[in-house]
Design a protein around this ligand. Structure first.
Ligand code: TPP
Length: 617
């Protein structure tokens, strides 16, 4: 048999394939996903685990008329390959290439634009309402992982779906994993369901038979009856929600999946099909370590090894809080499902009683922090800038109004690269800056991060400390420098102009200024409140350029302009930041250059102010 994938340009082509060809197609999809992810990096393990499910969905449903929604959209690589994008698949996550997630503007087959978790069910409900109001008859299928189902948004949507009884199919793709081991009571219940199912099957077929025939179990059973029997029971939580529940079934048994979907697709009302899959399926290393292989950088597919990445800001944060928790017994760290990404593995093992993974629910993370603070603890909510967007009201309503001692350790602040516009952390300054009581700081290195964390515990109140997706030099253990709270720091004196930068853009500022005595550089490490004394002094004598890895609108530069207006100072000034549009995925340095916030961009701004520098290559 030649390549089956070569014969597939649209999902229509799947309808013609034999069972053997479909099985071969699944294997070819796996190879292609491994080959391209090895080059580009990407969401390998999740995509490998969803291959059979995606083949079955495209065999049974008619995309793009039928709408197939992928929650998070990171598991949908096979979907991209089957929906007219195989020739461009090698560009995934590269600048100008395919997105790493589903994206409405990329393909008519992508039902939703995603990247953040737990949105598929509310979207599906909205689509079902629209479909019925407009007298249309297409099918709607939402695929959601057990991790994404820990999100309050998904659970709240289920509540409404159960009430409204619209026709839609929800596929719960349960691999027991979020990025880390999944958490929560529902997850515990799924494990019980799985065990119950094994016991039932064992009783029905005899344990020995089951061991021999599984996972081909459903082929042998009387399938129609099987599907009907699996519609469960009083104790199933979905039943209480008014949802028909089918499962758990083997999510890699392609033939049975197709059979089941054929039967479920025309049922009235909402149905949940619970499929059990293996994250990383078909690729040994990914199956045995799905945490690392959730989203690896590139690797050698013949000899897949973990790559030791450089020391990151996340690790610097994790190391600092692990140490700090020994000094401060009230310190408590919360993560919304990002233990590894936030550098918290060591912390979680060292201080398990002062650590909480709440699941993918950033709102719960922040408000649990509020509760801890109200009762005398010192919570640190470790959260990515982009995901903190989910908890804005909680920051205002639950934390800031009462000026509670909650530290927001904001990781991945700034452009994040290959994950693109759903993940760029470029709004946090704008949305936090307007909240009274809140302090916003950005360290220049790991030592300053330690100083800020330690001092934040003493100063109290809500304090956001933002740092980028980047490497940083490690700081020595046991060293906790003092920091004058609220002050900026002159890193280089200048005679004509000063660049005000912080965090990641400081490097660009120092590079732009070089050795030129005319241009100074300030580490503007406090964004709120600004160091107005220093700002006033500089504004009186120098030209200014502000630069930030954040939207220009509403960001640090805006804060500086507002302060200058209040102080009635009018220096010559340029504000550099990201433009008022969404920045696509790409390499971070290249995206910074395009946005004009790199060293060259700073030099251009200085030139516009009459201070012309030459690049010091
Ligand atoms: N918070 C939000 C709101 N969105 C996110 N995408 C994340 C955190 C980071 N994240 C991406 S995938 C993922 C997390 C936490 C785990 C998803 O688990 P699951 O839905 O079970 O899918 P799997 O990868 O296991 O297939």
């Amino acid at each position: 048999m030649g390549s089956v994938l070569d014969q597939v340009d649209t999902p229509e082509d799947l309808k013609r394939l034999s069972e053997a060809e479909l099985l071969q197609l699944a294997e070819e999809l796996r190879s292609e996903i491994i080959r391209v992810t090895a080059q580009n990096g990407g969401h390998l393990a999740s995509s490998l685990g969803a291959v059979e499910l995606i083949v079955a969905l495209h065999r049974v449903f008619n995309s793009p008329t039928d709408r197939i929604l992928f929650d998070v959209g990171h598991q949908a690589y096979a979907h991209k390959l089957l929906t007219g994008r195989k020739d461009r698949f090698h560009t995934i996550r590269k600048e100008g290439g395919l997105s790493g997630f589903t994206k409405v503007s990329e393909s008519p087959h992508d039902a939703i634009t995603v990247g953040h978790a737990s949105t598929s069910l509310a979207n599906a409900l909205g689509m079902a309402l629209a479909r019925d109001l407009r007298g249309e008859t297409y099918k709607i299928v939402a695929v959601i992982g057990d991790g994404a189902l820990t999100g309050g948004m998904a659970l709240a949507a289920l509540n409404k779906i159960g009430e409204l009884q619209k026709d839609l199919l929800i596929i719960l793709n349960d691999n027991e994993m979020s990025i880390s081991q999944n958490v929560g009571a529902l997850n515990r219940h799924f494990r019980t369901l799985q065990v119950q199912k094994w016991v039932q099957d064992a009783e029905r077929f005899g344990r020995g038979v089951l061991e021999r025939i599984s996972p081909k179990l459903y082929e042998m059973a009387d399938r129609a009856k099987e599907a009907a029997k699996l519609v469960l029971h009083q104790e199933n939580p979905f039943y209480a929600w008014g949802l028909r529940y089918v499962g758990p079934v083997d999510g890699h048994d392609l033939k049975s999946l197709i059979y089941l979907l054929e039967h479920l697709k025309s049922l009235k009302g909402p149905t949940i099909l619970h499929v059990v899959t293996k994250k990383g399926k078909g690729y040994k290393v990914a199956e045995s370590d799905p945490v690392y292989w959730h989203g690896p950088p590139g690797f050698d597919p013949q000899n897949p090894q973990k790559i030791k990445k450089g020391y990151s800001w996340s690790q610097a944060f994790g190391d600092a809080v692990t140490e700090l928790a020994h000094l401060e017994p009230r310190l408590f760290v919360i993560t919304p499902a990002m233990r590894e990404g936030s550098g918290l593995v060591k912390y979680s093992q060292t201080h398990p009683d002062r650590y909480l993974d709440v699941g993918i629910c950033e709102d719960v993370a922040v408000t649990t922090g509020a509760g801890l603070a109200l009762r005398g603890m010192k919570p640190v909510v470790a959260i990515y800038s982009t995901f903190l967007q989910r908890a804005y009201d909680q920051v205002i309503h639950d934390v800031a109004i009462e000026n509670l001692d909650v530290i927001l350790a904001i990781d991945r602040a700034g452009l994040v690269g290959a994950d693109g516009p759903t993940h760029h952390g470029v709004f946090d300054i704008a949305y936090l800056r307007t909240v009274p009581n809140l302090t916003i700081a950005a360290p220049k290195d790991a030592l300053e991060l330690r100083a800020m964390l330690k001092k934040a515990l003493e100063v109290g109140g809500p304090i956001a400390i933002r740092y980028p997706r980047d490497t940083v030099d490690p700081a020595p253990e046991g060293v906790w420098p003092e920091i004058a709270w609220g002050t900026w720091e002159v890193l280089k004196e200048g005679r004509e102009a000063y660049i005000l930068a912080f965090g990641k853009t400081l490097r660009y500022a120092l590079e732009a200024a070089g050795e030129d005595p005319r241009v100074g550089v300030v580490n503007a490490r406090f964004i709120k409140p600004l160091d107005e004394a220093m700002l006033a002094r500089l504004a009186r004598g120098f030209k200014l350029v502000t630069v930030e890895d954040h939207q220009a609108m509403g960001g640090f530069g805006s804060a500086v302009l507002e302060a200058l207006a209040r102080l009635e100072l009018k220096p010559e000034i340029r504000v550099l930041g990201l433009p008022d549009r969404f920045i696509e995925h790409g390499g971070i340095p290249s995206l910074h250059a395009k946005a004009g916030i790199d060293a060259a961009g700073i030099r251009r701004a200085l030139a516009a102010l009459g201070v012309t520098l030459t690049a010091s290559e």
